[in-house]
Design a protein around this ligand. Sequence first.
Ligand SMILES: [Zn+2]
Length: 169
Amino acid sequence: MIRPNTVSAEQLMREAIRLAYQGIDSGAGGPFGAVIADEGGNILAGAHNEVLKTGDPTSHAEIMAIRALGSYSLPSVTMFATGYPCPMCLAALLWARIPKVYYCNDYTMAKAIGFDDDAFMHTLGEIYQCSPTFSEKSHTSLIAISPLTLPEGKELYDYWLNQPGHKHY
Ligand SMILES: [Zn+2]
């Protein structure tokens, strides 16, 4: 896996941010991008959110990137996501056997710009009898979830908020 806080990890996150801007500017979706890289830091796939373009609520950047790779088992890759992965994407990461994900913006930041998944998380917590109180976790036995905070992440969300008539979804 790519070592944390290296220049290349930051560059990969910046690529995810660049893709997110592409998604906003093309009207495809919200301010979310994702990149999948191999151990050498080579980009294997990159995507942005496409929920608005496709009308498909599962078209999150992380899911689109996994689909672009076309493999059901990705045990040696690292994902770089502009936001803390939602429950659906975290589940997809687990199913894809992706062992490591970096996120730039935390969940509080997504909530602040209107992407509030609390109700979903609480419902999933009820269904799976987990703690109904969401808190960002950094490590589980199956996946490491690490912050890779960049000032560009906040700028990305601000850019989305300042889009005239940006769609709330
Ligand atoms: Zn998601």
